[in-house]
Design a protein around this ligand. Structure first.
Ligand SMILES: NC(=O)c1ccc[n+]([C@@H]2O[C@H](COP(=O)([O-])OP(=O)(O)OC[C@H]3O[C@@H](n4cnc5c(N)ncnc54)[C@H](OP(=O)(O)O)[C@@H]3O)[C@@H](O)[C@H]2O)c1
Length: 292
């Protein structure tokens, strides 16, 4: 039995899609805070799971052999109070393998939650596969980032990343690697992968690609951090998320998010999807203003 957490998120959503297309796959369960709002899948069991409500943990973890885990919230408090105890509960419930979505640098950055969650996995009796992912292309249309609204309504890529480069990865590729690791834990036992897209792009490159795909001009406006925070706040984004996004874009500006790896190609036997393919497949979202 596989348990998929974060099924409405960047990677989780794509993973659910992939598993649902496998007629001969293992039994699996989707766990969400809002199980009634999940799109129906033909093959999965559904459970309610809130990392902050321990009464939901046991029913979600019952009979689980392998767990797809992500840390959904900024902040170390959540790691200590929810995710790490959840990892321990998974081990106690008999889970044998965890596939965890992490970030580049999580082995060194002791102050971020991923460092602590990775350490908890390493000291558990379960095996694990850590997927340290670069920046998801899907952030360009996620509701929480507000980038989609800026692109569609103002023709603006409103991101404070200077001339820094990002190795955007399509969450579909991260999900394909996650599916491999979940269904063949032995082959990916205690492995850490660094997943990136095929190229390191500036936001000017991204704006040009959006312009070409959408057919109207998109300008990269590179706001100051203060202007960025103000606009996101006006749109109701929480300070936690604003702080997290500002930190990510500042690292990009400083050249920290430009490393390309060949892990996706090595694992999937094909190159990672380029940004142009992602934009082509998702152009309807900006046209129809559908943010997920
Ligand atoms: N965004 C990026 O570019 C990026 C890049 C590399 C790594 N990462 C890492 O990947 C992880 C996921 O980030 P993301 O931005 O991609 O988020 P996400 O997966 O798009 O969204 C969060 C997911 O978590 C679930 N969730 C939220 N609160 C929950 C709770 N209290 N209990 C149970 N489930 C909860 C939500 O599901 P329900 O609402 O259905 O419960 C949602 O499916 C983070 O650790 C992030 O640091 C992100």
């Amino acid at each position: 039995m596989l348990l998929i957490t974060g099924p409405t998120g960047n990677v989780g959503h794509e993973l659910v899609d992939l598993l649902d297309r496998r007629a001969d796959g293992p039994a699996w369960r989707i766990a969400s805070r809002h199980p009634d709002q999940l799109p129906s899948t033909g093959t999965a069991d559904v459970a309610r799971l809130d990392f902050f409500d321990r009464s939901t943990w046991q029913p979600a973890l019952a009979g689980v052999d392998a767990l797809f885990l992500l840390f959904p919230l900024p902040g170390n408090r959540a790691a200590r109070q929810a995710i790490i105890p959840f990892v321990e509960a998974a081990q106690d419930a008999g889970c044998r393998h965890v596939v965890y979505v992490s970030v580049f640098g999580a082995d060194r950055a002791w102050f971020i939650p991923h460092y602590k969650v990775e350490r908890a996995l390493r000291s558990s009796t379960m095996s694990w596969t850590v997927l340290r992912c670069s920046f998801f292309m899907q952030n360009l249309h996620r509701k929480i980032s507000t980038h989609g609204e800026n692109i569609a309504e103002r023709g603006e890529l409103f991101i404070p990343a200077g001339n820094g480069r990002t190795t955007f990865i399509d969450a579909r590729d991260a999900a394909a690697v996650a599916a491999l690791a979940l269904t063949d834990p032995e082959a990916h036992r205690n492995a850490t992968y660094h997943l990136t897209g095929p190229e390191a792009l500036t936001m000017t490159d991204v704006a040009a690609a959006l312009t070409a795909e959408l057919g109207y001009p998109i300008e990269y406006t590179n706001p100051s951090l203060i202007a960025f925070a103000r606009r996101l706040r006006r749109r109701g984004v929480g300070w936690d998320t604003i702080g997290f996004m500002s930190a990510v874009y500042t690292l990009t500006k400083l050249g920290q998010n430009q490393q390309i790896t060949d892990d996706v190609e090595r694992l999937l036997g094909r190159p990672p999807r380029p940004l142009t393919e992602f934009l082509h497949d998702n152009a309807w979202r900006w046209r129809e203003r559908v943010w997920t």
